[in-house]
Design a protein around this ligand. Structure first.
Ligand code: PLP
Length: 291
């Protein structure tokens, strides 16, 4: 059965100061963001009515906008209030948020003079990012032919729409080859992340994760580092060479959407979700519901 398209659903979307019926939250074809990728966004999850790391997400939204030189009209507190209103208007407690801000149709062209920033927040029920059956066994990743861009070639610390074109290409190609997602290296050839989630690799009881100075330092990644520390597990943030991958015992992805997703395969190398991954999944499940 075809999935209900996102524009044709019930509910409410907050947009530019108004709580609009879902189907009326529209933008014009000549919207700057649609032509030049000038949108920044957040993906957030609420558990039992509490948005996990809500303030951190709102702060990151403002920071993403600042990086791409896009002025924002709302403060962190105002964004917090809007998210609450949207969740209440939609009568949801366990849900996924998309808060976004973009350059509108006041201006076309690469020159952004006269452009205005628009903002919207939508929320909907969204279970597992990956198919639950696939997730239980561990997802499969295929090394992408594309590298994550170097920080001086793209706004790598901004959660900016334009950056995601590469991720969609990488993920599409991995899926065409029968894998769940892409395994991406950085511009220097070290392990980076998947198309939309950070990565942790475990060996001899220690977690290893790439230094997040060239891709998004995910809030889930930061939470895992905290939780591992609480569990007495050492986390080694370092450059990781792709040829090391086969030497690890357990691997998992982290992200707001992906939460903690075990990896069962990278290219031809197989991994089994083990005790440490399971412990961290359980610690994360507890942590997101504990506020
Ligand atoms: C490219 C990329 N890396 C990592 C992450 C994980 O970030 P977070 O844990 O803050 O959701 C995301 C998701 O936002 C992402 O899109």
């Amino acid at each position: 059965m075809a999935k209900t398209p996102f524009h044709d659903r019930d509910g409410y979307i907050w947009m530019d100061g108004e709580m609009l019926p879902w189907r009326e939250a529209k933008t014009h074809y000549l919207t700057h963001a649609l032509h030049y990728g000038t949108q920044v966004f957040e993906g957030e999850r609420a558990y039992d009515g509490n948005i996990f790391k809500s303030v951190k997400h709102s702060e990151r939204l403002l920071n993403s906008a600042k990086i791409i030189h896009m002025p924002m009209k709302y403060t962190v507190q105002e964004i917090e209030d809007i998210k609450q209103e949207v969740m209440e208007a939609n009568g949801l407690v366990d849900c996924y948020f998309r808060a976004g801000a973009w350059r509108g149709s006041e201006q076309m062209g690469i020159d952004v003079t006269g452009s205005e920033t628009h903002m919207a927040v939508a929320v909907w029920e969204w279970g597992s990012y990956f198919d639950p059956e696939v997730r239980a066994k561990g997802v499969s990743l295929k090394t992408s032919q594309y590298a994550k861009p170097a920080p001086h070639t793209a706004p790598t610390q901004s959660k900016c729409a334009g950056l995601y074109v590469l991720g969609t290409m990488a993920k599409y190609e991995a899926q065409q080859a029968g894998y769940t997602d892409a395994f991406m290296h950085d511009h220097e050839g070290f392990v980076a992340e998947s198309s939309g989630a950070n990565i942790f690799l475990i060996k001899d009881g220690t977690l290893h994760t790439p230094i997040a100075d060239r891709f998004l330092n995910g809030l889930t990644r930061q939470t895992i580092i905290e939780l591992a520390d609480n569990l007495g597990l050492h986390v080694n943030q370092r450059r990781i060479k792709p040829e090391e991958v086969e030497t690890f015992d357990e691997i998992f992805l982290t992200g707001t959407a992906a939460e903690i997703t075990p990896v069962g395969k990278i290219d031809d190398h197989l991994f089994t979700p083990g005790e440490i991954t399971k412990k961290l999944i359980s610690a994360y499940d507890g942590r997101v519901r504990e506020q």
